[in-house]
Design a protein around this ligand. Structure first.
Ligand SMILES: C[S@@+](CC[C@H](N)C(=O)[O-])C[C@H]1O[C@@H](n2cnc3c(N)ncnc32)[C@H](O)[C@@H]1O
Length: 177
């Protein structure tokens, strides 16, 4: 029994290490930052938000509470935050019926159906991210990037507020193939 537990812990740790090396460690967006971001969003029922590297899903759960009819999908490869997200979804399945948290590599996702793509990752992964998203974001989508701007690309809008990380908003056209 103990050996199973150790293997499980090892896999959880390895998945966290892999995520840190791949794009960023798990660091949830702060509640004040989330609120600031949510205040900017204009979403209609049925529209879709994707969080690439969703962690424990806090961003998507916050979107779902504000916009219950919006479809929220998040991808992560780190197991600990994923378990927390799945647990939250199970506990509050009615509130979060439109939130979908998936185990998956953010570099392999197609975001064509997303109206908003949310990104909070280390800038070291941006070159790979830009290549992976080429042709996979709808032209009219908004790509919302927290903390560090995408290299050599002009944001449509930059949000700055005291005590918060800057947020860069890009149009999906910059990801055209
Ligand atoms: C800084 S956290 C952001 C969490 C969440 N988006 C938020 O704002 O609260 C970055 C997340 O990206 C995940 N991540 C790193 N590399 C990844 C990859 N290749 N595929 C999917 N998720 C990844 C990490 O596990 C971590 O949870």
């Amino acid at each position: 029994m103990m050996i199973v537990l150790w293997i499980f812990l090892l896999v959880v740790l390895l998945s966290a290490a892999l995520a840190g090396l791949s794009a960023a460690p798990w660091l949830p967006t702060l509640p004040s930052q989330r609120k600031h971001l949510l205040d900017q969003l204009k979403l209609q029922p049925g529209q879709t938000v994707v969080d690439l590297g969703c962690g424990d899903g806090s961003m998507l759960f916050a979107v779902a509470r504000r916009f219950p009819e919006v479809i929220c999908t998040g991808y992560d490869i780190s197991l600990l935050p994923l378990f927390i997200a799945w647990g939250r979804k199970l506990l509050f399945f009615k509130t979060y019926k439109n939130v979908h948290i998936r185990f998956g590599d953010l570099f392999k996702q197609d975001c064509q159906n997303a109206n908003i793509v949310f990104i909070f990752l280390l800038s070291k992964c941006y070159p790979k991210l830009l290549t992976s998203l080429k042709g996979k974001v709808a032209p009219n989508a908004q790509v919302i990037v927290e903390a560090w701007p995408l290299p050599n690309l002009e944001p449509q809008e930059t949000l700055k507020a005291e005590g918060l990380l800057p947020v860069y908003i890009y149009t999906g056209t910059i990801f055209r193939a």
